[in-house]
Design a protein around this ligand. Structure first.
Ligand code: NAP
Length: 341
């Protein structure tokens, strides 16, 4: 039997890393050999994440590219943006393939990155090499990639919800409205005022209206999915919902021609026929039905001549750790579903 492939989890103390390690523990072909954290005294993983007790015997260590490369062929970066691009070149120089969960490599144009993230991109070479890790659209490019830009959680729900309509030219490319909601774990584990329990519990609020950084990512990928041409331009409004996890996107688009609801649902079913983790459903989705799974649930309705798409997924799994493992599977040449059902 072949030796398991060593993988590193960089930024192992966060929420996305915890989900990732839980999934990787079920993977027959890989072993988590490195976990990094900046915390003092090298805490054990199960001290940081009690759910991992008796499941993995590994202590965190400070990030060191040489030590990662000695023990791992793949590194998952579960770091904030900027921290990822600070370590990616050192890993790639040592032959380690990278799946970056942050936003650092998602926007192909460094100037667009600077405009939306407020600082210059420091790894233009990596930016050129990166493949956008949404397997449902880029399955062919992922296996040969050395650097995967794992998609954002809002972005995955929005893009998967719109891609069939854009690809088939069934909607106008501008003025698409995405009204999206996220559970609080979408903001990560570090405490912040806005996600402090008394601030967000029993409350629903919009944030970053007109300036959320997932906007250019959705525009870019949907423009590509539509074969280039007129750029797709969405109006994306995110909301914080007092629940632990889940993304729900309600999307409104103006059709080109007269849409028929039944035909649209059939289009989604055929578009995603080879995508094991997209469920084109007839009933209305709910975050509870995709929570703790790698599925994105999507349905479509025609309301007063407009197309309304409803898409939801678990932000930490299909929106982060699960799709990261989907990408790893494609890079390893393993079945895309390994460890994910
Ligand atoms: N949460 C989600 O639903 C979600 C979904 C999609 C994508 N993502 C992306 O995935 C990445 C991780 O998200 P998360 O929610 O897991 O965040 P998180 O819970 O805040 O964890 C991030 C980890 O990175 C480490 N870290 C923080 N600042 C750092 C720095 N300057 N340099 C090096 N390490 C640093 C921290 O570990 P130590 O303090 O122990 O070093 C922290 O635990 C982010 O880029 C996020 O945008 C998250």
């Amino acid at each position: 039997m072949a030796e398991p492939v060593g993988v590193a989890v960089v930024g192992a103390s966060g929420y996305a890393a915890r989900e990732l390690i839980q999934i990787l523990l079920k993977h027959p072909d890989v072993r988590v050999t490195v976990a990094t954290s900046r915390q003092d005294e090298s805490p054990r993983l199960d001290a940081i994440h009690p759910s991992l007790a008796r499941r993995i015997d590994l202590a965190c260590e400070p990030f060191d590219a040489d030590r990662v490369a000695e023990r791992a062929q793949y590194a998952f970066l579960a770091l904030p943006h900027t921290a990822s691009m600070a370590v990616t070149p050192s890993l790639r120089d040592r032959g380690v393939k990278v799946v970056d969960l942050s936003a650092d490599y998602r926007l192909s144009d460094a100037q667009v990155y600077e405009d939306w993230y407020g600082h210059a991109h420091t790894d233009p070479e990596g930016l050129q090499a990166a493949v956008y890790g949404l397997p449902e659209l880029f399955r062919e490019q992922i296996p040969a990639a050395s650097l995967i830009a794992n998609p954002g959680c809002y972005t995955s729900a929005s893009i998967l919800g719109l891609a069939p309509l854009i690809a088939e030219g069934l909607i106008e490319r501008t003025g698409v409205i995405i009204d999206a909601k996220s559970g609080v774990s979408g903001a990560g584990r570090s405490p912040k005022l806005g996600t402090h329990f008394p601030e967000c519990n029993e409350s629903l609020s919009a944030y970053n209206v007109g300036r959320h950084r997932h906007t250019p990512e959705i525009d870019q990928i949907l423009t590509t999915a539509g074969g280039g041409g007129e750029p797709v331009e969405v109006i994306f409004t995110p909301h914080l919902v007092p629940m632990d996890r889940g993304i729900f996107a309600t999307i409104y688009a103006r059709p080109v021609g007269t849409p028929v609801e039944h035909d649209l649902l059939e289009l989604y079913r055929s578009f995603y026929a080879d995508s094991p983790f997209v469920r084109a459903i007839n009933h209305l989705p709910a975050t509870k039905d995709s929570a703790y799974t790698n599925f994105c649930d999507i349905t479509v309705r025609v309301v007063r001549g407009r197309i309304v798409v409803l898409a939801c997924l678990d932000n930490l799994i299909k929106g982060a750790a699960g799709v990261a493992v989907q990408n790893l599977n494609l890079m390893l040449g393993a079945p895309e579903t390994t460890a994910l059902f």
